[in-house]
Design a protein around this ligand. Structure first.
Ligand code: B16
Ligand code: MG
Length: 213
């Protein structure tokens, strides 16, 4: 299969902001006296901020109003953005940078398909916005993964149909979104080995074999 475009998830695929999400949610959960660990954190991959908060609050003894939840999500986001301030171009691994550059040189259109409303900030801090032909993120969608909207828009932005694109994801919700949207998918990290993924990548650079251009 020749893919003319690749849509990359951001957090957990291009950058490891997942550790910052964990720290920021952990700080909030600790303050509220709610149990939170890495296993629960894995359920938040690819899931929107408000849906992530609902997963964390499953273990809360207090019932929070919608207004309070908005405040709690803002508190987490402020802590998360503080952690993002440390990011720089050094946060993009040479393997990711080299692979993206080689795919681009092969004429493959590259897009971001992220649930995050902070995608623009992350791309700016790491200096890689220019490598992508389009960005579809949490700011332009109404339904988050496993709904395929973010990838459908990403494909539209690079003027390709889903069957011409490959989605690269680290989240089960992201692979489910790709399947729902009619995309082939390549799973990495937490999603590696997931049966619904078209491929599992041992490493990011393996994309060069999957996409000869
Ligand atoms: P924000 P991705 C997702 O990014 C994260 O995996 C998920 O943990 C987070 O809750 C979501 O973005 C929303 O992020 O709070 O920054 O809007 O993996 O889809 O690139
Ligand atoms: Mg992800």
């Amino acid at each position: 299969m020749r893919y003319r475009g690749i849509i990359f998830d951001l957090d957990g695929v291009i950058v490891h902001t997942d550790r910052y999400h964990y720290k920021a949610w952990k700080a909030l959960a600790d303050r509220l006296g709610i149990y939170f660990d890495e296993e629960i954190n894995n359920r938040l991959r690819g899931v929107s901020r408000m849906e992530s908060l609902d997963i964390i609050l499953e273990r809360a003894e207090t019932v929070y109003s919608d207004a309070e939840k908005v405040g709690l999500a803002a508190e987490k986001n402020a802590e998360y953005q503080k952690l993002l301030e440390q990011m720089s171009p050094a946060d993009i691994s040479p393997e990711v940078l080299g692979t993206l550059g080689a795919l681009k040189a092969r004429g493959i259109r590259l897009a971001i398909g992220s649930s995050s409303k902070n995608a623009g900030l992350i791309l700016a801090r790491t200096g890689i916005r220019g490598l992508f032909d389009a960005v579809s993120d949490g700011n332009n969608i109404t339904r988050s993964k496993p709904d395929p909207e973010v990838f459908a828009l990403g494909a539209e932005y690079i003027r390709l149909s889903p069957e011409d694109c490959l989605v690269v994801e680290d989240a089960i919700a992201g692979i489910d979104a790709a399947v729902a949207g009619g995309f082939d998918s390549a799973a990495l990290g937490e999603a590696a080995g997931y049966a619904k993924a078209t491929y599992t990548l041992a490493r990011f650079g393996d994309l060069l074999e999957l996409c000869p251009g």
